[in-house]
Design a protein. Structure first.
Length: 396
């Protein structure tokens, strides 16, 4: 990876001039093989021209060239006619985060005032569906437009109501007691009798591979099989999207102008726009790093990165690994000195290695230790319940 020491921008400008680019503006099926076990180092940035890169990829291509990816291959990748921009990944992420984190302090203030006025509401600073319902209820009671929005106008209306009403002292508010996680609820599409019969047949057909992985990593084969079942239906569903398209599109949205037309309804004011701009930049940088890892994975093995099916955020293979996890955890399971996460042996060994390195080791008789290790794979309690249910069914 190239470095620009001491804040000297001359090397960057020289590079960009050679590439004919500027940082100033920016408007299947599984592969047959994967990266070698001994992964070469990332090549240093070169000055070979990548040719004209179509918008909206110019800015992103320049950033990746500076990171050390070969510019001639970048030119071919970004010139691929199948690489068409989609707003879906970034729009979904922004719409998910905006109501939860934007103006959380203002949301908490509104919740406190609503509670004082007698509305049944949780004071947590999160503008979820329950809070929006209470806001609309207040607006209805006061003859106001029922927008459900939390803004300074709403705070003013709440203050007027507080000035003329009987209030509950805020000191009496008690947050709801945390509910004990339900460890019996599962994703039933994976745990019904027919589903269990299907995964058992797959597991038994490949049991020799699972046994080899278990011997190597001391991670039970039924555990690995259950994760493959829940993540991709044991390879029946790798995702509708192309991972490279999803990650490139999200990475390009580091430049907020590209995604703005799709989320402009969230721009209530300049403060909201600033939040969206900052968040798209942060999430875009994450996607750029994942795209770099995906391209590196493909090019080192003569693969077309456009052939990887994946999730909305670019996870690939039987175990839905994010590209940045390939170098950390992926393992050659079939002894061909290559790693292919769409190959069952490599996927099985890689998932086992991931779990091994994230807490599945030693005495695993404790349910808490088992749950803690699986939570590294997915933070959902229901996901963990489902994995353990399928694992226990396969172990019987």
């Amino acid at each position: 990876m190239s470095r620009l020491a001491g804040g000297n921008t001359a090397p960057l400008l020289i590079l960009l001039a050679a590439l004919g680019l500027s940082l100033a503006g920016c408007a299947a099926r599984g592969p047959s093989a994967g990266p070698p076990v001994d992964t070469p180092t990332v090549p240093q940035a070169d000055t070979r021209p990548m040719g004209r890169v179509p918008e909206p990829w110019g800015n992103l291509a320049a950033r990746l060239a500076v990171k050390g990816l070969p510019s001639d291959r970048l030119g071919g990748f970004f010139g691929n006619p199948g690489l068409s921009f989609t707003p879906g990944p970034m729009e979904t992420k922004l719409r998910e985060l905006f109501p939860i984190f934007f103006r959380s302090e203002l949301t908490k203030e509104a919740q406190e005032k609503l509670w004082q006025l007698g509305y049944d509401i949780t004071v947590d600073g999160r503008n979820g569906s329950g809070t929006r319902a209470r806001v609309k209820e207040f607006q209805r009671d006061r003859g106001l437009p029922q927008t459900g929005k939390i803004d300074k106008s709403l705070i003013g209306s709440l203050d007027k109501a507080l000035a003329g009403g009987r209030l509950r002292p805020l000191s009496e508010y008690k947050p709801p007691a945390p509910t004990k996680p339900n460890r019996s609820v599962t994703h039933t599409q994976f745990t019904n009798a027919g589903a269990i019969s299907q995964i058992r047949a797959n597991y038994l057909a490949d049991k020799a591979i699972f046994d080899r992985a278990q011997a190597a990593f001391q991670v039970p084969g039924p555990l690995v099989a259950s994760i493959m079942w829940i993540e991709t239906g044991y390879g029946n569903y790798f995702g509708k999207q192309k991972a490279a398209v999803q990650l490139a599109s999200m990475a390009a949205c580091r430049d907020y102008a590209l995604i703005r037309p799709y989320v402009s309804d969230l721009e209530e004011d300049q403060e909201a726009r600033a939040y969206l701009t900052e968040t798209s930049a942060q999430r875009g940088l994450w996607a750029q790093d994942e795209l770099q890892a995906l391209l590196d994975y493909a090019w080192k093995n003569g693969l077309d990165p456009m052939e990887f099916p994946g999730s909305i955020y670019g996870a690939i293979g039987y175990g839905q690994f994010m590209p940045s996890n390939i170098a950390k955890f992926a393992v050659d399971g079939d002894g061909d000195n290559r790693i292919n996460l769409f190959s069952k042996p490599d996927a099985i060994f890689s998932i086992a290695n991931y779990l091994r390195q994230n807490g599945w080791s030693g005495d695993m008789s404790s349910e808490e230790r088992r749950r803690s290790a699986i939570l590294h794979y997915n933070r959902s309690g229901t996901y963990v319940n489902t994995v353990l249910y399928v694992m226990d069914a396969l172990s019987r």
